[in-house]
Design a protein around this ligand. Structure first.
Ligand code: ZN
Length: 853
């Protein structure tokens, strides 16, 4: 018996070093004899030399495995094992590899590989978890056909593909589609299925199931509907059909991420699939629908066509995020979806891209790939696809996608392959466009305008500031969607896409009778920071008249940002011209309530901090907090007469449905209640809390009561009502931190960590508490450093159990260099305290070192 220790020294892996694996894997047979402390995994694998690969020693990845036996062609061998895997001599030709290992799922707290959650077995293999199950070439370009036998007393035993046979204490599965090991999955436990069915357009009958713990059956109907809609949508829009007889989804409570697209057996964080009117907010419903779609869409973009190596992660993730955004637009309306996505991009991706963690959409090196499941790879990756679609048009886009599926089905592909299908399908040269994949940082786009004798000219300059490892930047291809409005509000130039390729470029529109007002970067057609000097009159005009929903919203955001920046830097009072322009839109009953609600978005405090930094000011979290408060108080007073009527208008009388129409109304209602709450001392919130028959209304009301300092009773009632429901209790934990006054946020957080229900090894619970602290800008950044010290204590503690979640949470510190020297030195001390921890994981050490650099 030989033990493989924990992986050691941090090693950097480079894209440029890619070499194919020296063997092909012809088939894989796995048997699992399940036991919490000692699961036996037996593998029988046929290897054959890969003619396309250079000669190399035979190496299989393997971590934390106890080898029981290994044999080649029936002969026992003694391989050489280290912390990363195994080496041995092998025959020149094809051979049979047999191997038996023992693992302990119950002791697997990292939640990678095979682990246990609430008594059930489950797996997470992306990116490199399969090597904790058995010795294997655990890399995405090695694809094979898997047959799996699961032995155990658990009533439900699942794996990938189709079920082939089962008996007392065992079940067998066969997945006919070759796949990389990261798509392997196994689930076993006491589960109940919520069934459904779907017939594909060519007539394949597919059994669908959502498996949950007994008691959660009532929270599956929405997810099932979302799955069926996704299957239909992918057929209608991309011509993609499902390819097995069964599609299973399993909900698990302990999960590092949102969900995972394992072939035929998607595994979900229960927070991303379980839904009911009583326990889930409208936002939860929308997110669940999107994630179910996302994982389902991976069946083609990720599974049938996978990634050659992990540097190509955006090939599947950027594209699949783009596809799920298209789906949500189709289900719920494109306008608010786009606005929300841009807010999210600015909130997460721009901060990442403007700080020490900045990296290209396709990174060129990493130590721990789990640290690169980022907003840049996912969300900026999706923006890049959106730009491509705008540049080649819808027809070119779907033609290229069709070619991609035809040409690369069954492949482990690269970004080069993806761009090539666009070049071949449309005849375009994409060599400059490709910079979007290699150049990191957020481009700044400056625009000025000139007007003379009927000709209106837009003059653009682009510039990308330096980012870690990239001092010099080249001009990017920027699709800039523009429209022109007449002074009376009519559109004289409908949306047209200007294609900018140079550092400086001008575009003229002639034959105009009067100087138009330009609406620039419609639909946020490129992920840039737009710098535009524009009068407040023009911005107010766009708020009233722009025909593009995004730029209309952006005009209000611009005015909001300027107003807040003026308060923060000069103590100015809120811009009432903006408030009055916005007021008209909010009162306009011809507009969709969801859009009116979005128009009322106020830039977040961390966005204002980022803006301060962009403009060369040191952000002061207390001043930003005060500016935010003053603004909200001013709006509430200024609109006070209208608020009760607006709240009334937003009331839904029909039976609850999480659809776009009702969701929009409730969203508007929540914003209005938030304002009213500032002048009525919580009275309306109390009424709403007492009467609420759904979580959206209940939770909004609870937040208002907490903010009004009247939440104690409601909080206790909420706790008693939901103490048995873990997902709702996550909200109970998170909301108290989010609604705390800045000076109390750290103390509230600390008190919650002492609550008996603070099960900190559960990633959802940990994130509910500490994600809320990190997201409370003024609370986290208290000048006494209490927020930093508390978070760090817990990161150090969690790292021993769960490196992946710890490393992700370290990103709370990624903006540290923006702040004043006092805060900087407090944070630096905390980061150094993490680095100094003995036995720190590779995940966390890479993150903290990058943040410090
Ligand atoms: Zn994905």
């Amino acid at each position: 018996m030989k033990d493989a220790a924990a992986p050691s020294a941090n090693q950097t892996i480079y894209l440029k070093d890619y070499t194919p694996f020296g063997w092909q894997v012809e088939d894989v047979h796995l048997t699992f004899a399940l036991a919490p402390e000692a699961t036996r995994v037996t593998a029988r694998i046929h290897f054959a030399p890969n003619p396309g690969a250079p000669k190399q020693e035979f190496f299989l990845h393997g971590e934390e495995l106890t080898l029981i036996r290994a044999a080649i062609d029936g002969q026992d061998i003694t391989p050489e094992i280290d912390a990363n895997g195994l080496r041995c001599a092998v025959p020149d030709g094809p051979f049979l590899w047999e191997c038996e290992v023992e693992i302990a799922p119950i002791r697997n707290t990292a939640l990678e590989g095979l682990y246990m959650s609430n008594g059930m077995y489950c797996t997470q293999c992306e990116a490199e978890g399969f090597r904790k199950i058995t010795f294997y070439p655990d890399r995405p370009d090695v694809m094979s056909v898997f047959t799996v036998r699961v032995e155990g007393d658990e009533p439900v035993k699942l794996s990938n593909g189709n079920p082939t046979s089962s008996g007392d204490g065992w079940a067998e599965w066969h997945d006919p589609w070759p796949k990389p090991a990261y798509l392997f999955a196994l689930v076993a436990g006491d589960l109940v299925a919520h069934p459904g069915k779907f017939t594909t357009k060519s007539g394949r009958k597919v059994a669908l199931n959502i498996y949950v713990r007994p008691g959660d059956e009532g929270k599956c109907a929405f997810g099932m509907e979302a799955l069926i809609k996704s299957m239909k949508w992918d057929e209608d829009v991309y011509g993609r059909e499902y390819d097995l007889d069964i599609f299973n989804i399993v909900a698990v409570d302990d999960f590092n991420m949102g969900a995972m697209e394992n072939k035929g057996l998607n595994i979900f964080n229960s927070s991303c699939v379980l839904a009911s009117q009583e326990t889930s907010t409208d936002d939860n419903f929308e997110r669940i629908e999107a994630i179910i779609a996302h994982e389902y869409f991976h069946n083609w973009t990720g599974n049938r066509i996978t990634c050659r190596d992990w540097f190509q992660l955006c090939l599947k993730e950027g594209l699949t995020v783009f596809r799920d955004a298209q789906f949500t637009s189709d289900m719920r309306g494109p306008e608010v979806k786009r606005i929300n996505d841009v807010s999210d991009l600015r909130g997460r991706q721009f901060s990442e891209d403007q700080g020490p963690l900045s990296h290209p959409v396709r990174p060129e090196s990493f130590q721990e790939i789990n640290n690169f499941y980022t907003a840049t790879v996912y969300e900026k990756g999706a923006e890049v696809i959106g730009m491509l679609k705008r540049l080649v048009g819808d027809e070119g886009y779907y033609k290229a996608c069709e070619l991609y599926f035809d040409r690369h089905d069954g492949d482990a592909a690269t970004i080069e392959d993806w761009l090539k299908v666009f070049e071949d399908a449309t005849g375009r040269d994409l060599s400059q466009f490709k910079r979007w994949y290699s150049q990191s940082g957020t481009p700044r786009l400056q625009v000025t305008e000139t007007w003379s004798e009927g000709t209106f000219t837009l003059n653009f300059k682009q510039h990308t500031p330096p980012t870690p490892g990239q001092d010099e930047k080249l001009p990017q291809v920027l699709p800039i969607a523009v429209g022109l409005l007449n002074p009376n509000g009519d559109e004289v130039q409908p949306t047209t896409v200007l294609e900018m390729t140079e550092a400086k470029q001008s575009f003229a529109f002639d034959g105009l009778a009067a100087k138009p007002v330009a609406s620039v970067l419609r639909g946020f057609s490129a992920p840039v920071v737009l710098e535009r000097e524009q009068s407040r009159e023009e911005r107010a005009f766009l708020i009233a008249h722009d025909t593009d929903a995004f730029t209309r919203w952006e005009a209000s955001q611009e005015m909001a940002r300027e107003s807040l920046m003026a308060s923060v830097t000069t103590g100015a009072t809120p811009d009432t011209d903006w408030l009055d322009a916005l007021h008209k839109v909010v009162r306009d009953r011809d507009l969709d309530p969801d859009f009116r609600s979005s128009m009322m978005d106020i830039p977040t405090q961390s966005e204002i901090a980022r803006l301060c930094h962009e403009r060369g000011h040191v952000p002061d979290p207390d001043a930003i907090w005060a500016a935010d408060k003053a603004l909200r108080d001013t709006i509430a007073k200024r609109w006070s007469e209208d608020l009760p009527a607006l709240l009334d208008e937003a009331r839904v009388t029909a039976a609850y449905k999480p659809d776009a129409e009702q969701t929009g109304k409730r969203a508007l209602g929540s914003k209005i209640l938030g304002l009213l709450n500032r002048i009525d001392g919580g009275a309306a919130a109390q009424v709403q809390f007492d009467a609420a028959d759904n979580m959206t209304l209940q939770l909004t009301a609870l937040a208002c009561l907490l903010r009004a300092g009247k939440g104690a009773d409601a909080l206790a009632r909420f706790h008693d009502q939901w103490r048995e429901d873990q997902l709702v209790m996550d909200k109970w934990f998170g909301l108290q931190v989010a609604c705390a006054d800045p000076g109390e946020a750290a103390q509230v957080t600390k008190t919650l960590t002492e609550h008996p229900a603070f099960s900190w090894t559960n990633p959802n619970r940990f994130r509910a508490v500490f994600g809320s602290l990190a997201g409370h800008h003024a609370g986290f950044h208290q000048a006494d450093g209490s927020g930093y010290a508390l978070l760090t204590d817990w990161l150090i503690r969690l790292d021993e159990k769960n490196p992946q979640t710890t490393a992700r949470m370290c990103a709370a510190y990624q903006t540290w260099k923006r702040y004043d020297s006092g805060r900087r030195s407090l944070i630096k001390t905390q980061l150094e305290r993490i680095v100094a921890k003995e036995g720190l994981s590779r995940d966390t050490s890479e993150m903290v070192e990058r943040i410090l650099s």
